[in-house]
Design a protein around this ligand. Structure first.
Ligand SMILES: NC(=O)C1=CN([C@@H]2O[C@H](COP(=O)(O)OP(=O)(O)OC[C@H]3O[C@@H](n4cnc5c(N)ncnc54)[C@H](OP(=O)(O)O)[C@@H]3O)[C@@H](O)[C@H]2O)[C@@H](O)CC1
Ligand SMILES: Nc1ncnc2c1ncn2[C@@H]1O[C@H](COP(=O)(O)OP(=O)(O)O)[C@@H](O)[C@H]1O
Length: 497
């Protein structure tokens, strides 16, 4: 379950518990987790803020003291502002060591931070808004530089709940305990590398009725995957046209085609530069090839017989890419998946986006997205959700912003952050496989958002399966496709009707 900041109050009210009761529950469960995760003689230094996140810290301190752990609290901000936190502070035993950060010298703070085994970060929770005040920034920067073990409660202090990042000096944690539900920022843990491990702490919240967040899992993906029927034949199992590859880059087309085939696409056509045709014919003999110099009428006829079109992977040296792309974008009534060179071409022709168009799925990595939206890579990475959403809504496209935590946004603003995959995918060619997979799913009749979410999830899952048998270094396209096949084989019964 994912809750945005403005949905939390409703979840809290629907739980039937008061703020104090929720804090007691959260604090107890966090303390139990800490006591379980860290050995008996480990001590805790709890950094508390002025809100309820700080209140959680007081409850945690009380339970850790009761378990005979060595505990000290540092009040990082001057006042305690919320009634529940004030109440939790009052319940602390007199024996609890409590210091005010402003009263400690820098050296005293640093000595304490190093003397305790674990720093528990209860400075800011979901109501933090960047930037960090300077006095905290220097403390956080120092803790991060020393790589001290930090456990963050709910959110790493300095991260913003609804955005993909927050302040660049947000605390880095080795463990974060997410309270009640995941917040959007938790989904970007690999992308911003602010936390190593996440444990959700349940508080009995119910799923919100309307959510913009789509969560994919094996069940959801197998529910969406097209079924094969006994009487199917090649034209009922997805007709896909792939426009890919060019001299010196034949492999991209091969990867598109092999991935689409592995995804069950029945009829594959490929429009390619004649120079790469002999290579592709040898690698993928089951495809029907056409030269990229096809007449306008023949290209239109080909598009009319397709259920989806993929264009751009490895097309960097395709002489007439611009003409072909313009034709595809304006004549095709079926979903078009744009990758790599097609995205760069689209960036040079923003006017194409501003005319009414069909279903387009754009699959940029952050560099390609930077060219498309005119923002710097740093600006996008600092707020991937906002940048991607503004673009998808303004241009009415399905956007697949690739990366370690690929973000998918529909033209209506539905969002999905993918959690499958691993760094074995950080290799040239991985994106070409993804394009083939999404395109095949779109050709099989999934909506653009379904095809994108399913394709990205399966691509990551295939890589996760691949590293069960091959080293991270050694995974290449064959191992990924074998991983995909292994997943589909596991679900064979559900896919055959
Ligand atoms: N319902 C639940 O799910 C449960 C929630 N629980 C816990 O409550 C937490 C949320 O608590 P919260 O609402 O009190 O906010 P929290 O983030 O602790 O602090 C906000 C304070 O920080 C301040 N502040 C913000 N930015 C700042 C800045 N840049 N620089 C300086 N100050 C800044 C801000 O001041 P303001 O901006 O409003 O003036 C305000 O005073 C949540 O994360 C979880 O841990 C659990 O107890 C139980 C169940
Ligand atoms: N560290 C990672 N963890 C998970 N997925 C990754 C990681 N690095 C790359 N990927 C995925 O691999 C693919 C790489 O695509 P791209 O950068 O376009 O490469 P290319 O075009 O060379 O094939 C994307 O789907 C991306 O999300």
């Amino acid at each position: 379950m994912i809750l945005e900041k403005n949905q939390i109050a409703a979840a809290e009210a629907a739980s039937g518990k008061t703020e104090t009761q929720l804090m007691e529950l959260a604090g107890k469960r966090c303390a139990d987790t800490l006591l379980h995760e860290y050995p008996e003689n480990d001590s805790f230094l709890i950094l508390c803020g002025s809100g309820n996140n700080g209140g959680d810290g007081f409850v945690i301190a009380r339970h850790c003291l009761a378990a005979n752990r060595q505990v000290a609290i540092i009040l990082m901000l001057d006042d305690i502002r919320t009634p529940a936190a004030i109440e939790a502070r009052q319940k602390l035993p007199d024996s609890c060591l409590i210091y005010g950060y402003q009263e400690l010298s820098e050296t005293q703070f640093q000595t304490m931070a190093q003397r305790y085994d674990v720093i528990v970060d209860c400075v800011f929770g979901f109501n933090f808004h960047a930037p960090l005040p300077d006095f905290l920034r220097s403390a956080f920067r120092w803790i991060n530089q020393q790589r001290l073990p930090v456990v963050s409660i709910d959110l790493n202090s300095g991260l913003e709940a609804d955005h993909s990042l927050g302040d660049p000096d947000a605390l880095h944690s080795e463990l974060t305990l997410a309270l009640g539900a995941l917040k959007p920022v938790h989904l970007f843990s690999r992308e911003h590398q602010k936390l190593d491990r996440l444990i959700p702490i349940g508080l009995g919240f119910a799923e919100p009725e309307a959510s913009r967040w789509i969560q994919m899992d094996a069940l959801q993906v197998t529910r969406l995957l097209p079924r094969l029927h006994d009487n199917d034949y090649k034209n009922t199992t997805g007709r896909l046209t792939v426009i890919a590859g060019s001299p010196w880059m034949a492999g991209a087309a091969q990867f598109n085609l092999e991935a689409a085939q592995a995804m069950g696409c029945g009829m594959l056509h490929a429009l390619v530069d004649p120079a790469v045709y002999p290579i592709l014919q040898a690698a993928c003999p089951h495809i029907v090839y056409h030269p990229n110099t096809l007449s306008e009428a023949d290209l239109t006829a080909l598009l009319n017989q397709s259920d989806a079109v993929a264009i751009g992977s490895g097309c960097d040296h395709l002489a007439n890419l611009e003409t072909v792309l313009e034709r595809v974008l304006h004549c095709s009534s079926v979903p078009v998946i744009l990758d790599a060179a097609a995205l760069r071409c689209l960036a040079r022709h923003p006017e194409w986006l501003n005319t009414p168009h069909g279903d387009w799925i754009l699959t940029p990595h952050v560099g390609e997205f930077s060219a498309l939206c005119g923002r710097s890579v740093e600006e996008i990475q600092a707020d991937r959700i906002r940048c991607a959403e503004e673009y998808a809504l303004a241009h009415q496209v399905t956007l697949v912003l690739k990366g370690a935590d690929t973000l998918i946004i529909s033209p209506e603003g539905l969002r999905c952050v993918n959690k499958t995959g691993n760094p074995s995918l950080a290799k040239a060619g991985s994106g070409d496989l993804l394009t083939g997979m999404i395109a095949a799913l779109a050709a099989r009749g999934l909506t653009p958002m379904e095809a994108a979410c399913c394709g990205v999830w399966l691509h990551g899952k295939a890589a996760d399966k691949a590293i069960e048998k091959t080293s991270l270094y050694g995974v290449h396209h064959k191992e990924i496709l074998a991983g995909l096949d292994a997943f589909l084989f596991d679900h064979q019964k559900e896919l055959w009707r």
